[in-house]
Write a protein that binds this ligand. Structure first.
Ligand code: MF3
Ligand code: CO
Length: 248
């Protein structure tokens, strides 16, 4: 069942979304060569504590940290730790917060210092793919109009959309119905209605869509060792334009 949110519930989700957006702002300034991914996690956890927000990921199915930090060929769900960022890396950071019982969820992939043009292009295409998907979040469209917009844009640019992980409905729970694939034909699935809130999150690989899960049972890697990028916003369908709840 898809849970439609009232205007006041969307306002609450926006408060959660704003905490997530500000956590990303804070992080951005700290992402540079020499920093350990666990230091980024600590930064966000501290910020959440000051804001009175609950980390949505920590403890979720036993996940041990506040953020996911996925470097280079890590697609999603990298666990922060002793890894030291180096010049030329890219790092996907996924952050989720609960405020007044409602969730916000957003991911961004950041360059570490100067990165190669090919990596830069992958980031730009994945970010743009996210906005192509969001642009389809208009009442009356069908769910997979989002999916198709993302896949067609990504493949036009010569990249590959991950199949094994998808976006999702979000609200009081981080994961609600429906699933939001980043691939597939348009015009299928539920009709989008005002009050639907979705986390749209393309994961884009540079050379092969396939992935594998590490022995830690969390970290998802590209199968072929190629680079991967991930961008995500929590977005509400309204009577008009889509409302991005995790944008500042
Ligand atoms: N944004 C991710 C998702 O929606 C975050 C889940 S990470 C987890 O699936 F650690 F919480 F599982
Ligand atoms: Co998500």
């Amino acid at each position: 069942m898809i849970i439609l949110k009232s205007t006041s519930e969307i306002a609450a989700m926006r408060r959660a979304g704003q905490v997530v957006a500000r956590a990303h702002e804070l992080l951005k300034a700290h992402i540079k060569p020499g920093v350990k991914t666990k230091e980024l996690d600590a930064l966000v956890e501290d910020f959440f504590r000051k804001e009175g927000a609950i980390p949505a990921f920590k403890g979720y199915r036993g996940y041990p940290a506040c953020i996911c930090a996925s470097v280079n060929d890590e697609v999603v769900h990298g666990i922060p730790g002793e890894r030291v960022l180096k010049e030329g890396d890219i790092i996907g950071v996924d952050i989720g917060a609960i405020v007044d019982g409602y969730c916000g969820d957003a991911a961004w992939t950041y360059p570490v210092g100067q990165i190669e043009p090919r990596a830069q292009d992958l980031l730009e295409v994945t970010e743009q793919a996210l906005y192509r998907g969001i642009a389809q979040m208009v009442a009356g469209n069908r769910l997979t109009d989002i999916s198709h917009a993302i896949q067609s844009f990504v493949e036009e640019r010569g990249y590959f959309v991950v199949r094994d992980f998808v976006g999702h409905g979000i609200g009081r729970a981080m994961h609600e119905e429906p699933q939001v694939p980043n691939f597939g034909p348009p015009g299928r699935g539920p009709v989008l209605k005002p009050g639907m809130t979705l986390a749209v999150e393309p994961m884009v690989n540079s050379s092969d869509y396939r992935v594998r899960i590490a022995p830690d049972q969390w970290t998802v890697y590209t199968l072929d060792g190629g680079l991967s990028a991930h961008f995500e916003h929590t977005v509400a369908v309204t009577e008009g334009e889509p409302l991005i709840l995790t944008a500042l």
